[in-house]
Design a protein around this ligand. Sequence first.
Ligand SMILES: [Zn+2]
Ligand SMILES: [Zn+2]
Length: 156
Amino acid sequence: MGIDRTTLARRQARFVAACKHCGVKATHQRIQVFRELARSDDHPDAETIYRRVRRRVPTISLDTVYRTLRLLESRGIIARIGSLGGPARFDANEEPHHHFVCTECGLMYDFCQPNYDHVSLPPAVAEIGTVKSVCVEVRGLCRKCEKNRVPQRAPG
Ligand SMILES: [Zn+2]
Ligand SMILES: [Zn+2]
């Protein structure tokens, strides 16, 4: 987990402000769900968030986690991101950023490249709809999976 305290504090402050702005009650369980997402850098899915939150809040239910994520997503407080198959993953990183998706383990890593935030799009895109943000998805093998693959590739 590579999220530093300053970033986490900023994300939490933004969460509280966003809840106030949207009229969403920042209940203890919602705060815990958001906090778990905000301190992760691996874009966890709902079940992973549930397992992690349960360590601190044993009374929380998977249903509550799902409902909280849906609520926060519908208010634009967090983002739901597609993955290559598998369940939806969530993202509390509010800075413009892009993703490296590992096609083996499905983990998504954030990276920044300001040039990509304002990439020039072909006119065909405007016909489809209005663009609100750009997120470039790079696909490949993460270092960990690359390492694990070596023995399997050896002949014999
Ligand atoms: Zn991987
Ligand atoms: Zn992200």
